[in-house]
Design a protein. Structure first.
Lengths: 113, 112
């Protein structure tokens, strides 16, 4: 099992460009999450999907959109990237809800110039 | 709003020492508490999950305790090794299906 995979691993964007971060899990988990991690700010939740077909905002959703494509895949889209979105993005999944053990992907490092 | 604090932010110890990492949370109505490890440039790896009804959980040289009423958890690492060097994060959900709130972590360095 690959667990949680994320693509790309690293990306450089110019301000105003758009991109989609991809995440997939092969553990048949119901819940998936997108976090960003910034120095001094810790790990903050952007969006989550408690189950296939549902998505909810987290602590810092502005400037992002998500799609739960199917049970395996959960993508994060930046429509018009800003330098403030420079961060490391992590996708995670859990079997059923945030109260279960969460499994994290390796992260995507995004630099917005 | 739940807030999670981890003290100290960084810790350096000689190899072989036993050590304790601290985690505190403001709302004691938690469903469980989770400890994670993060190596530099990597994602988070789950270490231990303590249910709200439990007092402690053990895995190898790691022992995590939970005192809900005081809003505190500790992660005890016995006989530390250089391979234990990493950032350790704790996190709590307020209920089963609400998202985790993370502390900012304690960066541990074990010196050989």
């Amino acid at each position: 099992n690959a667990g949680v995979t994320q693509t790309p691993k690293f990306q450089v964007l110019k301000t105003g460009q758009s991109m989609t971060l991809q995440c997939a899990q092969d553990m048949n988990h119901n819940s998936m999450y997108w976090y960003r991690q910034d120095p001094g700010m810790g790990l903050r939740l952007i969006y989550y999907s408690a189950s296939e077909g549902t998505t909810d905002k987290g602590e810092v959703p502005n400037g992002y959109n998500v799609s739960r494509l199917n049970k395996r895949e959960f993508s994060l889209r930046l429509e018009s990237a800003a330098p403030s979105q420079t961060s490391v993005y992590f996708c995670a999944s859990s079997e059923a809800g945030a109260g279960e053990t969460q499994y994290f992907g390796p992260g995507t490092r995004l630099l917005v110039l | 709003k739940q807030e999670v604090t981890q003290i100290p932010a960084a810790l350096s110890v000689p190899e072989g020492e036993n050590l304790v990492l601290n985690c505190s949370f403001t709302d004691s109505a938690i469903y469980n508490l989770q400890w994670f490890r993060q190596d530099p440039g990597k994602g988070l790896t789950s270490l231990l999950l303590i249910q709200s009804s439990q007092r402690e959980q053990t895995s190898g040289r790691l022992n995590a305790s939970l005192d809900k009423s005081s809003g505190r958890s500790t992660l005890y690492i016995a006989a530390s090794q250089p391979g234990d060097s990493a950032t350790y994060l704790c996190a709590v959900p307020n209920s089963g299906n609400t998202p985790l709130v993370f502390g900012k972590g304690t960066r541990l360095s074990v010196i050989a």
